[in-house]
Ligand binder design. Structure first.
Ligand SMILES: [Ca+2]
Length: 391
């Protein structure tokens, strides 16, 4: 009786252990039920689009510098930074074309101004060098608005094994650190298994303290990313929103609370694409909490997500507090409502479209600026009363 009870207990324990994972490294969360991403619940017409500039050469990013609200900066993929002045003129502020290789996913990919730019004039750029490897450098903007092309500092030089999945976004977080999104190194299905490897920067969101003694040392903040082309911070809630570009099936919106006292959270790739287990030998690292996408769409609705921003402007009341994102291929734009539980609901398809959408940013007032690789920058503006009423 006693021994039967013991053997039953052992059998149960064996089952539990089996469920906990086959090997010592463990796949302890293999059987965890994914949280389902929010699905589209309707359509909306929260804004129209108005041209800001056209004729640009494959623009990848648009933004403004602290202390200079009237000037819009645009990054062109082949390596120029262009300033759009309030009077309509445009000026080339920086030309790195001789230092950059441009491919479908290579080139000038990210730009960030130091939070104290108004006084220190420091600018950071992320690009693919002539060998196609990742570089992040610090530059200085002169008083006349041009940029000294000679880097003050190089903050990152990282080998890129393939042309694709170089990440892109460069942005300062609520903690004043400089954050960078890096893809898994490219190819298909993360062939080098980098995204789950905590010892590599590829397939991660990483950060460095540009103002400290450790500038240029990059710390992994989030792991398990495939190609975080665009991400942004919601400073109001201390969260990061990421558009992680999918493989064959699913484009992800990821929403993560930044918690410095926790190990880097794990967004799942390449063990998971969306909520689906990737077939084959794709290890899931056990270090950090596994985070499921809060929304997304399959390849019937697009092919490559462009992560956006939580709207904190004032001109578009229907978008207040909502996260806006889109798809590069379909040009579709969506918005969703963040829930207090850290998830998402009320996903709406917008009427406006931006084909070849590379970036959704904001101007100094928090209003949306949308960038198309086709050469245009657009502003989201209130729906005109005439059109809204159908007259
Ligand atoms: Ca994921």
């Amino acid at each position: 009786m006693h021994s039967r009870a013991l053997s039953t207990a052992c059998a149960l324990l064996a089952l539990v252990l089996a469920a906990c994972g086959g090997d010592a490294a463990g796949d302890a969360r293999e059987d965890v039920l994914p949280l389902e991403p929010a699905a589209v619940s309707g359509t909306a017409h929260a804004f129209d689009l108005e041209p800001v500039a056209d004729g640009l050469n494959r623009p990848t990013w648009t933004g403004t510098a602290p202390g200079e609200p009237g000037v819009i900066w645009v990054a062109e993929q082949p390596g120029r930074l262009v300033r759009l002045l309030p009077d309509g003129r445009r000026r080339v502020a920086l030309d790195l074309r001789d230092s950059i290789r441009t491919g479908s996913e290579q080139g000038l990919l990210g730009v960030a101004f130091h939070p104290d730019f108004a006084t220190n004039r420091r600018l950071y750029v992320h690009f693919s060098d002539r060998e196609g490897d990742t570089r992040v450098v610090e530059l200085r903007v002169r008083r006349d608005g041009t940029v000294d092309p000679e880097p003050r500092r190089e903050l990152l030089a990282l080998d890129q094994p393939e042309e694709n999945h170089n990440g892109g976004q460069l942005a300062f977080g609520p903690d004043g650190r400089l954050y960078l999104g890096l893809g898994d190194g490219g190819g298909a299905f993360d062939p080098r298994q980098t995204a789950q490897d905590q010892d590599r920067l590829l397939g991660k969101i990483v950060r460095t303290d540009v103002d400290g003694a450790t500038a240029g040392e990059w710390e992994v903040v989030l792991s398990g990313l495939r190609n975080p082309w665009r991400f942004s911070f919601d400073f109001a809630l201390g969260e990061i929103w990421i558009g992680d570009v999918g493989q064959d099936a699913y484009e992800e919106v990821d929403r993560v609370l930044l918690e410095d006292d926790e190990p880097p959270k794990n967004l799942g790739w390449s063990a998971f694409e969306g909520t689906e287990r990737v077939q084959g030998e794709h290890r899931l690292d056990q270090t950090g909490e596994l985070v499921w996408p809060v929304a997304g769409y399959d390849h019937g609705d697009g092919c490559s997500i462009t992560g956006g921003v939580v709207y904190r402007g004032t001109a578009l009341p229907d978008l207040a507090g909502r996260y806006v994102y889109g798809d590069f291929c379909a040009g579709t734009l969506w918005s969703l409502e963040p829930t207090p539980e850290g998830r998402a609901t009320d996903v709406l398809v917008e009427r406006a479209k931006v084909p070849q959408l590379t970036h959704i940013g904001t101007d100094a007032a928090g209003e949306l600026l949308l960038t198309s690789a086709g050469g245009t920058v657009l502003r989201a503006v209130p729906v005109s009363r005439r059109r809204a009423s159908g007259r």
